[in-house]
Design a protein around this ligand. Structure first.
Ligand code: MG
Length: 410
């Protein structure tokens, strides 16, 4: 047996053309690759397959070839393949695929590109039946719905016995000379068919049905696209990272022994703060947000304000220590959004210096740090100029171990 497969991707697929798109459905991406590639893959994984012929609509032939070249080279190196332009009808498109087969070929499978879930097991079932002597083999599954034949007004004409009905699929396998003869005859008589087996039936040939697979679904309607998305979700590998968000909040009273420092930047003002450390409200909120991402408690737990060695300590040092924990945990910082709430001093003149300094402390590009400032409309303790407060939100990515499903660096 010298068998090739024709992947019939010549249809216009208009029933599920996406809004604003003129590309046929077989070009839809599923798990990052076009649908027609998924349909073809199982054939490349079948030992008895000697080559593939893809049939595409003429306007998409070049694009398809460009998409296929690297995929075939990477996943089916050495397997001969080619692309041909389809015709007006399904029969014509398959006919052009038949014309492209090499002279040595004596057996052919025809598979619809809209069936991306075909597997090598089904391909082998069809090949086995052909090797067993059948000249036309099609997979079919029992029909579970009761089927009615109706007239053009919808009136029921008959109810065929369900146990003798089969919903047929592709790949359909044929002795090449028989299929060629059927196509030639159909072309002469101007007949078209929804599958290739039908052409042989018209000529009175015997067609054998072998068990198909429920999973070998055809992508036809927009609802089927949801099926694709669900399959993609189910087969998608676990993400390497999961997002983390940390929140921090801090307050300092004014009129203390420390000059005002915000985000590590000394602010030229008469305002002073009360603090055991240097009283950098913004860095305290930010440090708490980082600890929130880490799931490691709060700044007071790590740097207690009862520790005399921390008297007057720079908040930048505390932040640097927490940043070492971030590094040890393999946490990737993504963004920091900070808000200072104060009636006085004016933050605007210092905003950019503070933002850049915080970006440097976090090892982030400045555009990944945002700083806002607001007053509380003279309300509350900030409105009465009794103190200052700050909020911080930090987002980060935490590494996930694929083997255990747990997060690393705990
Ligand atoms: Mg504080």
């Amino acid at each position: 047996m010298h068998c090739w497969t024709i992947i019939a991707a010549g249809g216009k697929g208009l029933r599920i053309a996406l809004p604003g798109s003129t590309r046929p459905k077989q070009f839809l991406a599923f798990m990052g690759r076009p649908l027609f590639w998924h349909a073809a893959l199982s054939f490349t994984r079948t030992a008895r397959m000697r080559g593939l012929v893809f049939v595409f609509p003429e306007p998409f032939l070049e694009e398809a070839q460009t998409l296929l070249s690297p995929l075939m080279a990477a996943e089916a190196p050495g397997l001969p393949w080619q692309c041909v332009a389809g015709g007006e009808s399904r029969r014509e498109s398959v006919g052009r695929g038949l014309a492209a087969l090499p002279a040595a070929c004596d057996t052919v499978l025809v598979h619809d590109a809209a069936r991306p879930f075909v597997n090598a097991c089904l391909v082998n079932t069809v090949l086995d039946a052909l090797e067993g002597g059948a000249s036309a083999v099609i997979p079919g599954i029992p029909v579970t719905d009761t089927v009615k034949r109706v007239d053009e007004t919808g009136r029921v004409l008959e109810t065929p016995a369900r146990d003798r009905l089969r919903a047929v699929q592709t790949p359909q396998g044929f002795c090449l000379t028989r299929l060629q003869a059927a196509h030639a005859e159909a072309a002469t008589r101007g007949l078209d068919a929804t599958d290739d087996a039908m052409l042989l039936e018209m000529l009175g040939e015997t067609v054998l049905v072998v068990p198909g697979q429920e999973s070998n679904r055809k992508i036809t309607t927009p609802e089927d696209l949801n099926l694709l998305r669900e399959r993609e979700k189910a087969t998608r590998p676990r993400p390497d990272f999961i997002p983390r968000t940390g929140f921090g909040y801090d307050v300092h009273r004014y009129n203390g022994p420390r000059p005002l420092v915000l985000g590590g930047i000394p602010i030229p003002t008469e305002i002073t703060v009360q603090a055991h450390s240097d009283g950098d409200t913004l860095l305290h909120a930010l440090t708490d947000a980082l600890l929130g991402c880490l799931g490691q408690g709060d700044i007071g737990g790590i740097f207690p304000d009862t520790d005399p060695t921390l008297e007057g300590i720079s908040s930048g040092i505390m932040l640097a220590e927490v940043m070492q924990r971030v590094e040890r945990a393999g946490l990737i910082l993504c963004h920091a959004d900070l808000t200072i709430v104060a009636q006085t001093p004016k933050i605007a003149p210092h905003r950019e210096a503070i933002r850049r300094n915080i970006a440097a402390l976090l090892g982030l590009p400045p555009e990944q740090v945002n700083l806002k400032a607001t007053t509380e409309e003279r309300l509350g303790f900030t409105g009465e100029k009794l103190g200052i407060k700050a909020y911080a939100v930090v987002s980060a990515l935490a590494a996930v171990s694929r083997e255990t499903g747990g997060e690393e660096g705990r």
